[in-house]
Design a protein around this ligand. Structure first.
Ligand code: ATP
Length: 300
């Protein structure tokens, strides 16, 4: 089943350091890992592994990093035909400093990602698509995607991240109105609702936002979903988590895979919770599982 994922594509560089350098100091890097990243691209890869046929809609520069990032997506079975190539701009890059205390410090260069404009979301690029997932906090893209989704008859999900939550309810409310599924993590839900407690935040957002389903991931506490007047919660599976990077993207892709199969809200939540639990046991932003692995995990 064809779907589209719209938003960021990055090249991620992880540097494991024993200490963070002070001004004018040099700190040694103990280990280096590179891999594809960017929320929309991670979602597309996770969706492909779960048996969907995703196309990625985003932008890269005309540089080697962009080529590597696109090749990685192609190798995962993601269609990159409609990726915009922008001359004179560098592709998105994220540098993550991983300290032994487990704390990560990230430096993001959005580069070509910023060149994706509402005018790039033309209906022709979405023909034949059953679902559009938007992983961006840019409201101008969300508004345009809503138009296109209506035109091509696709359902729509949005994961706006911190960038969207920071905008506040007055801006977010009209932007997401009518969206089928809205994803956020607990920090974003609390920020947007102006509440310290995630449960109060979910309840407030469920009242304030007119979306089909509101899905809030709660990290090691699982996830909650509000839809059709009902609030559901699942506890996280007990696993040895080694890397939660991209867990939210994997969760969203698995939830949408079940949504498109017409599963009930509890089944969607459970399947996504299982897929994300498998992901966190493996390093890397794109270490999401295949469909059969999730089924086997749930049956075990
Ligand atoms: P990211 O931004 O890194 O993609 P996120 O903050 O959007 O992540 P989280 O809420 O941290 O997303 O996690 C998403 C899902 O991953 C959770 O809802 C849960 O299903 C699973 N998960 C995360 N951490 C754990 C854990 N320690 N054990 C089991 N499952 C986990």
């Amino acid at each position: 089943m064809e779907i589209a994922s719209v938003g960021n594509l990055n090249f991620d560089v992880y540097l494991r350091v024993s200490e963070l350098p002070g001004p004018d100091e040099n700190a040694e890097v103990l280990d280096l890992y590179t891999g594809g990243g960017g929320s929309a691209a991670n979602f597309a890869v996770a969706a492909a592994r779960l048996g969907l046929a995703p196309r990625f809609i985003g932008a890269v520069g005309e540089d080697p990093l962009g080529e590597i990032s696109l090749r990685e997506l192609r190798e995962e079975g993601v269609d990159v035909t409609y990726v915009k190539r922008i001359a004179g701009v560098r592709s998105g890059l994220v540098v993550v400093l991983v300290h032994p205390d487990g704390v990560k410090r990230m430096l993001s260069y959005r580069g070509a990602n910023l060149g994706l404009a509402p005018g790039d979301l033309t209906p022709e690029k979405f023909r034949g698509v059953r679902h559009i997932h938007l992983a961006t906090g840019r409201t101008e893209l969300i508004l345009k995607a809503k138009e296109v989704a209506r035109e091509v008859g696709a359902s729509l999900s949005v994961d706006g991240g911190t960038a969207l939550a920071k905008k506040g309810l007055d801006i977010v409310r009209p932007a997401v109105e009518g969206v089928d599924v809205l994803f956020m993590n607990q920090a974003e839900a609390r920020l947007l609702a102006g509440s310290h407690d995630h449960r109060t935040a979910v309840e407030k957002l469920a009242r304030e936002l007119r979306v089909g389903e509101l899905v809030v991931t709660l990290g090691a506490r699982g996830a909650a979903a509000y839809g059709g007047g009902k609030l559901l919660h699942v506890d996280a599976f007990r696993v040895d988590a080694v890397d939660t990077t991209g867990a939210g993207d994997c969760f969203a892709a698995a939830y949408i895979a079940m949504h498109l199969r017409g599963r009930d809200p509890y089944e969607k939540l459970l399947f996504a919770n299982a897929a994300a639990a498998i992901k966190v046991t493996r390093p890397g932003a794109r270490s999401s599982p295949r469909y059969a692995e999730v089924e086997a995990f749930l049956a075990s």
